[in-house]
Design a protein around this ligand. Structure first.
Ligand SMILES: [Zn+2]
Length: 116
């Protein structure tokens, strides 16, 4: 069982590791980080492209905040709580994790939080 869960979640771990690498490279002003993201599989590429577009307009502060989120998500992968909503404890949908691999909350909780 534990092995199955690990196998199911490992793509997200890889995604997070790549994202962290990319963020760290961008913080240093290395353009290779962008080229790196183009070599990834389609669905991963889409998520990263979206993020890169956001990051292009983002400040260094937002970038370091995102890096913290990514590292926090990696810790959740290690502790086995990755993919669980911190608000309601339910599974975050795979589509949401693909789009936002470091998501802490499911869509419902995220919407509730953004309203408050
Ligand atoms: Zn939730």
């Amino acid at each position: 069982m534990a092995v199955l869960v690990k196998a199911r979640k490992s793509p997200y771990r890889n995604l997070l590791l790549k994202k962290r690498q990319e963020l760290l490279a961008m913080a240093k002003g290395e353009p290779e980080a962008l080229a790196f993201s183009l070599k990834t599989p389609d669905e991963v590429e889409f998520a990263i492209k979206t993020v890169v577009q956001h990051l292009t307009a983002a400040t260094a502060e937002l970038r370091s905040q995102l890096l913290k989120e990514v590292e926090s998500a990696l810790k959740r992968v290690a502790s086995g709580t990755y993919g669980l909503c911190e608000g309601c404890g339910e599974d975050i949908t795979p589509n949401r994790l693909k789009a936002v691999p470091w998501a802490r909350y499911c869509l419902t909780c995220e919407e509730l939080r953004s309203k408050n």
